[in-house]
Design a protein around this ligand. Structure first.
Ligand SMILES: Cc1ncc(COP(=O)(O)O)c(C=O)c1O
Length: 366
């Protein structure tokens, strides 16, 4: 293989070729015509493992991501790494090449994990629906997750974790997967909470059928396309309707309304993901009921008309907590401002995260 040296600077190359060369991570020798250079597979460097890791480290340093990854656990490594360049997954993992994996999250705040048990129950349910055997028992998985967060020293951010059919081969059947895998990553997030009211649009991307919408698998292409559709329309999220036209959910959040009768109304979880935050909100809302701020709390079918004419609309999820929706398509919701119920529920969730009972807060043993 010809050795490539950097005797010609990138600025001498045509922009498209420049992209080609850069994206391949290779440098051009001055006496090799570009057409030969670009089409010649032999021009690619063959890297040792440590060279590849070195390049990954350099690449990561050049990326200006907003999030910092503090620690990763992999059952394939059988341990925890803290260098993002080592936070890798095997390419032959069934989750990577066939989408055969499930995932979940938990927020980290003030040195506590919020609703980890509730999210763990859900990932184990999702894994069972996806026919992924658990690599460890529940308490071991929980212990691994808590230890990974402890190693990360993260006090504010999120924990994300995956259960996968595991690595083995590139077949469609998982029968060649050696053993199921657990991966987890701790992401620091110091960004201030933004409670401004947002706009949503109706999604034109089809909703997943109930069998897949009720499990949190890694197949989030419809969700990502739906989020992109929202962004293309200067909106925060696109709202899915179910097969019968009732309001369903957002791409990574649930939806709730305050009706004209002052009831908190949420779509049922039988065709959508049962949100851990939404469920917690339903029980925290009881206080507002007792204080007379709400007249009722109900789960049921919500028509688009009912939703658009609601006094308040909100998005609920562990990433966003509660966001008031002030416009849906062309319809202004309520008076076009964050409503009092959305505000009270947000305060209740934040209080729960900071000082809620031990059933929702696990201290991290740093
Ligand atoms: C499709 C979907 N719906 C709802 C939610 C909200 O769930 P949670 O409150 O557990 O984050 C999520 C978030 O993961 C989601 O991806």
């Amino acid at each position: 293989m010809a050795a490539l040296s950097s005797t010609v600077s990138y600025t001498e190359l045509m922009p498209a070729k420049l992209f080609c060369a850069r994206s391949l991570g290779i440098r051009r020798r001055s006496d090799v015509p570009f057409s030969v250079f670009c089409s010649q597979p032999s021009g690619l460097p063959v890297l040792t493992c440590s060279e590849a890791i070195g390049r990954l480290e350099a690449k990561r340093k050049s990326w200006n991501g907003k999030q910092r990854y503090l620690a990763m656990y992999s059952s394939v490594f059988g341990g925890i790494v803290t260098d993002p360049a080592a936070m890798l997954l095997p390419l032959d993992d069934h989750m990577v090449h066939r989408g055969h994996g499930v995932f979940d999250t938990a927020a980290i705040l003030d040195g506590y994990l919020y609703e980890l048990d509730q999210h763990l129950d859900r990932i184990l349910r999702s894994a069972s629906m996806a026919k992924i055997p658990a690599p460890f028992d529940r308490e071991t998985v929980k212990g691994i997750l808590v230890q990974t967060v402890a190693v990360s020293k993260c006090r504010k951010g999120s924990l994300r974790y995956w259960l996968s059919a595991g690595p083995g081969d590139f077949q469609l059947s998982p029968s060649g997967c050696q053993e199921p895998a657990l991966y987890a990553v701790v992401i620091q997030d110091e960004s201030p909470f933004d409670s401004r009211g947002i706009k949503v649009v109706t999604s034109s991307i089809p909703i997943k059928p109930p069998q897949f919408a009720t499990m949190k698998s890694v197949n989030y292409l419809p969700n990502a396309l739906s989020k992109m559709e929202a962004e293309e329309n200067a909106a925060y999220a696109a709202i899915w309707l179910d097969a019968e036209g009732f309001v369903a959910e957002g791409p990574n959040m649930n939806v709730a309304f305050v009706t004209g009768e002052n009831e908190l109304l949420m779509p049922r979880f039988d065709k959508i993901l049962s949100g851990c935050t939404a469920k917690r909100v339903l029980s925290l809302a009881e206080k507002l009921l007792h204080e007379g701020k709400l007249k009722g709390i109900r789960m049921g079918d919500v028509t688009v008309e009912e939703g658009k004419l609601a006094q308040e609309m909100m998005l609920i999820g562990s990433g966003i907590l509660i966001k008031a929706v002030i416009q849906w398509d062309d319809q202004v919701i309520g008076d076009g401002k964050e409503g009092p119920i959305a505000r009270s529920l947000l305060e209740a969730v934040i209080k729960d995260m900071k000082s809620g009972p031990s059933s929702v807060r696990i201290p991290i043993p740093y």
